[in-house]
Design a binder for this molecule. Sequence first.
Ligand code: AMP
Ligand code: MN
Ligand code: MN
Ligand code: MN
Length: 290
Amino acid sequence: MTQAYDLHTHSTASDGTLDPTRLVSNACAAGVRVLALTDHDTTEGLEEAREAARRVGITTLGGVEISVTWGGMTVHIVGLGIDETEPRLQSGLKSLRAFRDWRAAEIGRKLEQAGIEGAFDGALQYSSGRLVSRTHFARYLVERGRSGSVREVFRHYLVRGKPGHVAGQWAELEDAVGWVKAAGGQTVIAHPARYKMTRTKLRRLIGEFKECGGVALEVVSGSHSKDECFTMARHAADYGLLSSMGSDYHGPENPYIDLGRLPPLPPLCVPIWSQWDEDIRKAAMAAAHT
Ligand code: AMP
Ligand code: MN
Ligand code: MN
Ligand code: MN
C-alpha cells in the first residue's frame, strides 16, 4: 500500500545511493506527497531536496537521523521539521561526523590487520567525499568479493565481535533530543523494533526519551513486521506519544524497501502530522483522493 507520508529516507549525503534530486522525483512518482530526507548525522542534502520538491510539486520536511549511544547500544533518533541553520544542532552533528572520520580510519586499520587491504580508501570512494558510514565499507567489501551482500558484510566483519568492529560513543539521548528541539523540530525514536531490546529495556528507553522531550515513535517502518507495528503502536499509546511512519529507504539496491510502500498506521495511533500545518495535511489528503 502506498502512503502519502514517508518520513524517513536517505540520500548520497549519507549512506543512500540516490542523490536528493533523484530521491525526491522517485518519491513523487511512487505517490509520496510529504517526504522527509533524514540522512545520518548531516543535513547536507536538505537544500537540494527542497528545490527538487518545489519542481515536482511535493512537500519536504527538514530531517536528520542522529546516532545515539544509550544503554550500551546504538539507537537512532529522527528529527523532523528542523531548521538546519540552527547552530546547536549543527555543532552537535559536526561532533558526530568527527567521530565518524576517526572511526572510519580505525575500521580501515582493523580490517587491514585482518588481511583486507584498501578498505579505508574503498569506503571513501563509495562515500564520494561526504560522511563515511559502515555501509560504504560494506559496499566496497562486496565489490571486492569478500561477501555476497551488504548484509553479510555486516554480519561477518562490522558488528560487535567481528574484525572490523570499532566501539565508540555517539550522542547522549538527551543531547540529541535537545539539538532537534533547539532547531524547532520533533524527535522520533527510529525503527524501535530493530534494536531487539527486551520489552523492559525498550520501555525504559521510551520513558527516558519522553522525559527529555521526545514526542513520537516510528511505529511503521520499512524494517518492521506487521506484528511489530502493532506492538509499537501499543507502546506509543501507553506513553502518550505520537506515531510516525517512514520506509528508511536507502536506494533501489534493497528490493525489500521502497519509497512510501508501507502499511497504514494502526488505528489507535495519533499521527505525528495531526499537529502539523494544515497545508501539509491538505497536500497529503489531496493525494489520497486521486
Ligand atoms: P553507521 O551509522 O555508519 O554505523 O552505519 C549504520 C548503517 O548501516 C545503518 O543506517 C544501516 O543503513 C546500515 N546497517 C546496519 N546494520 C546493517 C545490517 N545488518 N545489514 C545491512 N545494513 C546495515
Ligand atoms: Mn543507513
Ligand atoms: Mn537507522
Ligand atoms: Mn535510517
